[in-house]
Unconditional design. Sequence first.
Length: 225
Amino acid sequence: MNYEHLKRQLEHRKSEIEHEFEQNDHYGLNRGFASDVSSGELSQYDNHPADSGTELYEREKDIALNAHLKEELSDIEYSLNQMAQGTYGICEVTGKQIPMERLEALPTARTIREASPNQQISTDRPVEEDVITSMEENYSEETNNEINDPNAYYEVASFNENSMTYEDSSLIDNGDKTGYVEEYEQFVSTDIEGYTGADHVNFERNVQYDEYMNEQSNIDEGEQS
């Protein structure tokens, strides 16, 4: 079987990778791994931690890109060596001929599709989905228990090891799940123009409104007694 066009394709890609390594000096990794060397700074002593974090992120990205291209270059050289030995296009697991369609899609393929080690599809999901699912389960159309922004914050903040409510905090207390500065803000609203006078304030007759009015009634009764 004629693999001449695949050989030219592999050689061209090999030349591209080698040229890229030459231009960027292997993504600057040959200069060393120290943060001050990679960033060009004499010292990191007076740098803000956020600046050092940015440099660290860029360094890690360079390491990943360099490793990816090195692996691709190694696979290309292996395939070119197979062509020289006359073993290219033969599955290393089953000994069968690798279809041309697969080689044209992946010239460095060493096995047929059925014998490829990458057969499993990961079912791992982000841990954040557990939080979102929990929030969705707490929603009820009957009680109109909608997920608003403050409630969403508390759902996420509940995973913190330390309390997020401190002295002089704008939150009422750590047990309050609303996140408003004043209690009445839970049931009063204005239009898009904002506050334009007491006559244009709307009162929402919700659960928070009933609790607030009951609390005020208890206070008034206590004062009268």
